[in-house]
Design a binder for this molecule. Structure first.
Ligand SMILES: Cc1cc2nc3c(=O)[nH]c(=O)nc-3n(C[C@H](O)[C@H](O)[C@H](O)COP(=O)(O)OP(=O)(O)OC[C@H]3O[C@@H](n4cnc5c(N)ncnc54)[C@H](O)[C@@H]3O)c2cc1C
Length: 442
């Protein structure tokens, strides 16, 4: 069986490895337009501020490991330009040699990911304007961050924007963070995002909300960020205003692509065309709480979907059960966790919801070192089903958000949270976990 995979990072290489494990006769070819394989993009902000020393540290397996140890034909600088589903061939270009190529497949996986959105603003091509997605981007940005760079502007207050604002600040830069909307971190409700905004200000981030960037000016290098309300001097810009699935090259194939540009997949990771699968940031993600196909591009989901796609391609049926919208971010001294849906999303879905918000200690009050947690729970007021949770604090956010994520996956009611047998000793918790105390009140 000839397996062809487009994209050599999380989803693509999870699939390739699963195929190799499942089908001993497999002939796997991976077509990657870049030079690097299988690296953890999640670690890139920590390379910029030096917590992680080098881009080499985030590579899980190198190109030569895939070739020599696993017998995978891992191609680099190989860009796919279109697919002919009737003939089952992939067309493309080897970009180092400018040689066109054509490759036949029996089973094809599209794992082409999503690229940062780069609007066509005036001055966008000036030097010093960066995005962060690949190891090459990381090296460019790191190289550009000399001591002469004093003022850095981050555009976009999503999770990459927040992580990068912190990263630049720890390098001693003056950081301006510009967000178009009226709150940071749209994946949280406005009341919770206030805590994030306070943390930004506490760490001397020049936070600008409600301003829309319109362009840049400078001689060769960016000097000014222009917005609908004024302008801001800068020496360097990081653009992090979202990502867009890499699916443009599929336009003529007839593959069903949704309004966000993501390839529609079923639980087996099959697309609307036989023998073509998709997984990761370029595909849809079934949301268990919303009960619809969503697009929440994350490494966790890409690895899972890739593995499931690979298993199915190699004839071992596995299904993707869906996401519940869980994510976690470190922002200075705070951990920001969320799972399920927010009030904003519940309103959009017209769900009969209610909320409970509290502040609580992360562990027993009499044991030293207490830190405050702010917890918001969302539930269906007719069925008592848990709908979501947002937790912000210094300690103990991660374990509680994962408890809530597990509860959501298992479609538990709020009342059932009180029955959970959660770990307790004074340095870690109270006898009743704060989320159980909240559940008792609901
Ligand atoms: C800075 C940063 C921090 C992140 N932090 C987190 C985090 O903390 N937690 C988390 O869960 N997720 C995080 N993510 C997201 C996570 O890294 C992605 O969800 C994941 O890498 C997606 O994997 P993928 O394989 O679907 O796509 P990608 O990683 O985008 O890989 C797709 C590959 O396909 C190649 N490709 C595209 N088009 C073509 C073509 N036409 N021909 C050939 N090759 C092509 C691309 O070059 C790319 O290498 C972060 C991402 C970034 C950028």
């Amino acid at each position: 069986m000839r397996y062809v995979i487009i994209g050599g990072v999380a989803a693509g290489m999870s699939a390739a490895m699963e195929i190799v494990r499942t089908d001993e006769e497999a002939k796997v070819t991976v077509l990657e337009r870049g030079k690097d394989y299988s690296y953890g993009q999640c670690g890139l902000p920590y390379i910029i501020n030096g917590i992680v020393p080098s881009t080499k540290d985030v590579i899980a397996r190198t190109v030569s490991t895939f070739r020599e140890k696993y017998g995978i034909d891992a191609k680099t600088y190989t860009k796919v330009t279109d697919i002919d589903p009737d003939k089952q061939v992939v067309n493309g270009m080897q970009t180092e040699t400018n040689q066109a190529f054509q490759l036949s497949y029996d089973r094809l996986l599209i794992a082409s990911g999503a690229d940062p959105v780069v609007p066509n603003w005036h001055g966008i091509d000036l030097k010093g304007i960066h995005t962060l997605k690949t190891l090459v981007d990381t090296d460019h940005l790191k190289h550009d961050l000399s001591d002469n760079i004093k003022n850095v502007t981050v555009i976009g207050g999503g999770y990459i924007g927040l992580e990068m604002a912190e990263s630049f600040q720890t390098l001693g830069k003056n950081v301006t963070l510009i967000q178009r909307g009226d709150q940071l971190a749209n994946i949280f409700d406005t009341d919770m995002s206030k805590l994030i905004e306070e943390e930004a200000v506490r760490h001397n981030i020049n936070l600008i909300l409600g301003e829309e960037v319109t362009g840049f000016s400078g001689k060769e290098r960016v000097e000014t960020v222009e917005t609908d309300k004024g302008s801001h001097q800068t020496d360097l810009v990081l653009l992090s205003i979202g990502v867009k699935p890499n699916t443009e090259f599929l336009k003529e194939t007839g593959i069903h692509i949704n309004g966000q540009g993501a390839i529609h997949v079923n639980a087996y990771m099959e697309t609307s065309i036989p023998n073509i699968y998709a997984a990761g940031d370029c595909a849809t993600h079934y949301h268990i709480v919303k009960q619809l196909d969503d697009h929440i591009p994350l490494g966790t989901t890409s690895n899972k979907q890739g593995r499931i796609a690979g298993a199915n391609m190699a004839g071992h049926p596995l299904t993707f059960k869906g996401i519940v919208g869980t994510s976690i971010i470190k922002f200075f001294d705070l951990t920001l966790g969320r799972t399920g849906i927010t009030e904003k999303e519940a309103k959009k879905l017209k769900l009969p919801y209610d909320v409970e918000t509290t502040t609580a200690s992360d562990h027993a009050g009499y044991y030293p070192g207490n830190e405050e947690l702010t917890i918001k729970l969302l539930y269906n007021k007719e069925t008592n089903l848990l709908l979501g949770g947002q937790i912000i604090g210094k300690e103990g956010v991660d374990k509680r958000i994962d408890v809530l994520a597990t509860a959501l996956y298992n479609k538990m009611t709020v009342a059932q949270l009180t029955d959970l047998d959660l770990a307790y000793a004074p340095p870690y918790n109270g006898v009743w976990d704060p989320i159980q105390k909240m559940a008792r009140k609901i």
